[in-house]
Design a protein around this ligand. Structure first.
Ligand SMILES: [Zn+2]
Length: 400
């Protein structure tokens, strides 16, 4: 509805979006990746000796249980070899003057599920970077909508319905087992820019507590000791914070202390059992700070809990879901800027220094984005004489 000439007018807004269902992506990716996967039948695994199973488990990350009997070892190995973990990503951007939202899915490389490069070479006689092939993203949702919370929420319900189907394994036909080998897919991690991570976790965008993973205050983020000491907050803990405490948050599945008046702030503090004698005489600003200090930026339910907010994430296919604590390319941008600024000062020969300054200035151009700086650094390191000029030690630091 919009108001025009003091009259209410109904306006219809059409949003268009296309989705490749997660089940289709899971099936297509299996078809694409099956030649890189171990895909042993039950019979193949059951003939392995205890020593062979243990040897394979040595490759596993610590914390996975092998079991004590041969049968339990076999079952653990079958489960680990047949479970893929998915990485989700989304972001909004402008394309030909229209706002678009893109979601992608990729599968995380695991040497128990997929061959190593050496194994693939021995098996097929072809060199391949198995990890980069397996982790290549698939387009999931492309929608014409703004990257705002409202825009992103329009596609949350359809994402949740896809995730609910994850309990059903995909069978690979034609495998040695009669029914096919069942492959389980687990939604494991979300990575993306800060605002996308904040949407996914229900964290406030900006403000005093912007981290999706811990309750650190924005002013203390440069304090590494303080950052390391703080506990990690899981998505389930965030859901509980919104669902179990306070009255205002329970009613709306979100809380914005900045929008509350004095009466609501006092009601919230009382419901949280944080109300103290004398609080009623405090200013609205002080009361807001007290409520903010309690929620620590956890302002709404994690996005993928929105259709069933009362159900614990531990009872859903999202029980292993985590938000990555950073976005590597953006986090490294400022380091890259500093490295490029500092590099010429480490070159003692004047001509070489001027040559490197010229290359950097030419490569940098007018671009300012994180991916541009990454490209500049990669191109600089590919310059033929660069190792001779800066020395292998500095080259390795930049390469790292
Ligand atoms: Zn943090």
């Amino acid at each position: 509805m919009i108001i025009k000439n003091n009259q209410l007018h109904e306006v219809q807004v059409v949003h268009q979006g296309r989705k490749i269902p997660l089940k289709t992506i899971r099936t297509n990716s299996l078809e694409e990746h099956k030649k890189y996967m171990r895909l042993e039948s039950d019979a193949d695994i059951e003939t392995l000796s205890i020593e062979e199973i243990k040897e394979r488990y040595d490759k596993l990350p610590t914390g996975l249980k092998l079991g004590t009997t041969r049968d339990s070892m076999i079952e653990s190995l079958k489960a680990a070899q047949r479970t893929r973990h998915m990485k989700m990503w989304h972001d909004g951007s402008q394309l030909i003057d229209h706002p678009y939202l893109l979601h992608t899915v990729s599968f995380i490389y695991d040497s128990l599920v997929y061959y190593t490069n050496e194994e693939y070479l021995n098996r097929y006689g072809i060199k391949a970077d198995v990890q980069s092939i397996v982790e290549d993203p698939f387009i999931y949702i492309l929608a014409m909508t703004r990257g705002t919370k409202e825009g992103q929420l329009r596609y949350t319900e359809t994402r949740i319905s896809d995730i609910e189907e994850l309990n059903t394994p995909i069978l690979i036909p034609g495998a040695a087992d009669e029914l096919g080998i069942p492959i389980i897919d687990v939604i494991r991690i979300f990575h993306g820019d800060g605002p996308a991570r904040q949407f996914e976790s229900g964290q406030s965008k900006g403000g005093s507590y912007p981290c999706s993973n811990c309750p650190i205050q924005a002013s203390l983020t440069a304090n590494l000791l303080q950052s390391q000491k703080l506990p990690r907050v899981t998505l389930e803990e965030k859901r509980e914070t919104i669902m179990k405490k306070g009255v205002i948050s329970r009613a709306n599945l979100e809380i914005d202390p900045n929008s509350l008046n004095k009466q609501s702030l006092i009601a919230e503090l009382k419901a949280l059992k944080k109300f103290q004698l004398g609080d009623e005489k405090k200013t609205v600003e002080l009361l807001k700070n007290k409520v903010k200090k309690h929620y620590k930026g956890c302002i709404s339910i994690p996005a993928l809990c929105s259709t069933n907010p009362d159900i614990s994430l531990n009872d859903t296919p999202l029980k292993s879901y985590e938000i990555a604590p950073g976005e590597i390319m953006h986090d490294l941008k400022e380091h890259t800027v500093h490295l490029l600024l500092e590099l010429p000062r480490h070159i003692s020969d004047r001509d070489n220094r001027l040559e490197v300054c010229g290359i950097i200035a030419q490569l940098r151009g007018s671009g300012t984005s994180a991916c541009h700086y990454r490209e500049v650094l990669i191109k600089l390191l590919k310059y033929t004489k660069i190792i001779d000029i800066i020395g292998i030690n500095i080259y390795n630091i930049l390469r790292f």
